[in-house]
Design a protein around this ligand. Structure first.
Ligand code: 13P
Ligand code: SF4
Length: 346
């Protein structure tokens, strides 16, 4: 019997305040009774196999509150992947996040149980395209967002996440920067450098996130009229007009930290619904206004697939990276940890 068996009542207590519309994100005690046997079977297997579950905040709440050992944004999870002593990492998120864990932990088994491969940003560019761009932009430092495949990271100088893209770009000792693959984050990066008085030539690629590109200024103006005290919180994958009119912009973990520490009670969250679910579950004195959008890739993770992959991993679950690609991609991740500090000013 596992030490950490959970009851349907305990799970329901975590999920009962989540109401995001539709069937996926509304919970009843009956639904929790159905989840609990799978959750307890997963937690038992984790103990037997010395496995941990790393979960991105965008995945379904029954996974976050039922089986995850670490929850967070891409940066936090990559640090968690570095420090865990478990021999198996189940990365419940999207494939490139599992690849990042494997690049950092070549000797561990890394499993990604998601049914759908992909992310519109990671799919926007491949290694051959980066090589062509490098010929076109000699002398530029190639900065890749973490939402890229291992083969793209292998072609770049430094990797960044939404938590550190501005500081790393400011710190990096080159004034010529090519950022990829997100055009919105590229534009936001250019604007932020201008705001900070940092004079760099910033070029960027044309990819986008299909979830965040949906948000526009009308979403903000509507909420500002109806809820004048609400704070607007957005992700840097949103377009620059949305970012400019937001009260706070940051990674998903930074958004949660902002909401935890600010006294405001109402928030519009311009990011994937998983984060809104965390707000409803964890900050019960705060209220969500407006709507949110789901990422089909993140939401293609299920308790059933986690259990299946732990019991009997398929070649699709297993993350395998060519060693030459891994070593080159590792350099860009090591550069991220190296340059990730607040810039000195004044
Ligand atoms: P964060 O690193 O901010 O969690 O972002 C990941 C992501 O995929 C956003 O769409
Ligand atoms: Fe990719 Fe967008 Fe989904 Fe994040 S929300 S994983 S960037 S498609």
């Amino acid at each position: 019997m596992i030490k950490t068996a959970i009851t349907a009542e305990q799970l329901f207590d975590k999920l009962k305040n989540i109401k995001l519309g539709g069937q996926t994100c509304v919970y009843s005690l009956k639904k929790c009774e159905e989840y609990v046997p799978i959750i307890n079977a997963i937690n038992e297997l984790k103990e037997q196999k010395n496995a941990v579950i790393l979960a991105h905040s965008y995945i379904s709440p029954e996974i976050i509150y039922g089986v995850s050992d670490f929850v967070g944004d891409s940066y936090k999870l990559s640090k968690d992947a570095l420090t865990t002593s478990a021999s198996t990492i189940v990365f419940v998120a999207v494939r490139f996040m599992g690849e990042t864990a494997k690049i950092l932990n070549p000797d561990k088994e890394v499993l990604v149980p998601a049914a759908l491969d992909g992310c519109t940003l990671a799919d926007a560019i491949n290694g051959a395209q980066v090589r062509e761009l490098k010929k076109k932009y000699p002398g530029y430092t190639f900065i890749c967002y973490v939402n890229t495949t291992a083969e793209v990271k292998a072609e770049c100088d430094v990797c960044v996440t939404s938590a550190n893209v501005y500081d790393i770009t400011e710190n990096y000792p080159n004034d010529k920067i090519y950022f990829l693959p997100d055009r919105f984050m590229g534009e936001n990066l250019k604007n932020e450098m201008k705001r900070r008085g940092v004079n760099k030539d910033i070029q960027y690629f044309s990819g986008s996130c299909y979830v965040h590109e949906e948000y526009n200024i009308e979403d903000i103006l509507k909420v500002r009229l109806e809820y004048p005290d609400a704070k607007i919180v957005s992700h840097p994958e949103c377009n620059s007009v949305v970012v400019e009119h937001s009260d706070f912009v940051g990674s998903t973990e930074q958004m949660l930290a902002f909401m935890r520490t600010t006294k405001t009670k109402e928030f519009l969250m311009l990011t994937e619904c998983g984060l809104s679910a965390r707000l409803q579950s964890e900050f019960t004195d705060k209220k969500l206004v407006g709507s949110c959008t789901m990422c089909k890739y993140m939401k293609s993770n299920s308790l059933q697939d986690i259990l299946r992959s732990l019991k009997n991993p398929t070649s699709h679950d297993r993350v395998v990276i060519d060693e030459d690609v891994r070593l080159r991609a590792l350099k860009s991740l090591e550069a991220m940890f190296h340059y990730n500090y607040p810039p000195k000013r004044g």
